[in-house]
Write a protein that binds this ligand. Structure first.
Ligand code: PAN
Ligand code: ZN
Length: 197
């Protein structure tokens, strides 16, 4: 792979880089079991396989020393009362961190450790979020009228573990309530004790 320095531009509003190596689209069908309101999920999926979020990546070798980076764009909307969100994941190499820089929109990063410690941090244009090693992370777009655009950067050897979140869920959900966007307990979350029982 070419190892010369390079630059790219991110035009705002929008957030799509002027060049990139890979474009990923994640649709409703890839989020089975993730949204709390499963009836709303199935009804929507029967109508259309909605595009929930997109990632524009720059390809680098997936080795320690490299930094993988790109743009994540979560579109606005809800399934039931739950805002569109990313799948979320732990890094396979748990002891690897990540930095997110919010460029546009508003939302939250929902985070959790394997021990069940949780944190939900706001994302606003200009906010920089440090996700320490060991914390699973999921971005949620709480603005119903525009995209949540973030720039991310993480170690080349981190890898992605989606399966753990798919089976246990996150401890906290971000829901649209009469009081606005609210952080609520996930009734389906399994504590580490329940998981190992
Ligand atoms: C990001 C995420 C991106 C999409 O690049 O991969 O926001 O979210 P999911 O990977 O959970 O679908 C990142 O955290 N990389 O490690
Ligand atoms: Zn990550």
């Amino acid at each position: 792979m070419d190892s010369k320095p390079y630059t790219f531009d991110i035009k705002l509003p929008g957030g799509i880089p002027d060049h990139y190596d890979n474009h990923i689209e994640r649709r409703l069908s890839s989020m089975r079991g993730q949204f709390l309101d499963q009836k709303a999920y199935s009804e929507r999926l029967a109508r259309e396989d909605t595009l929930l979020y997109e990632v524009y990546e720059f390809k680098r070798p997936e080795i320690a020393g490299e930094l993988l980076h790109g743009i994540s764009i979560v579109h606005p909307g809800k399934v039931g009362n739950e805002y569109y969100m990313t799948k979320g994941h732990f890094h396979t190499v748990l002891e690897t961190a990540e930095v997110y820089y919010c460029l546009q929109g508003q939302g939250y990063m929902v985070m959790e450790t394997p021990e069940g410690e949780w944190s939900v941090e706001p994302l606003r244009p200009g906010s920089v979020l440090y996700v320490p090693p060991r914390w699973a992370h999921r971005s949620v777009n709480t603005a119903l009228d525009g995209d949540l655009v973030t720039f991310f950067i993480y170690p080349g050897d981190a890898g992605h573990d989606y399966g753990t979140i798919e089976s246990q869920g996150y401890r906290k959900l971000v829901m649209d309530t009469p009081a606005g966007a609210s952080i609520v307990d996930n009734p389906r979350w399994k504590s580490p004790e329940e998981r190992h029982a």
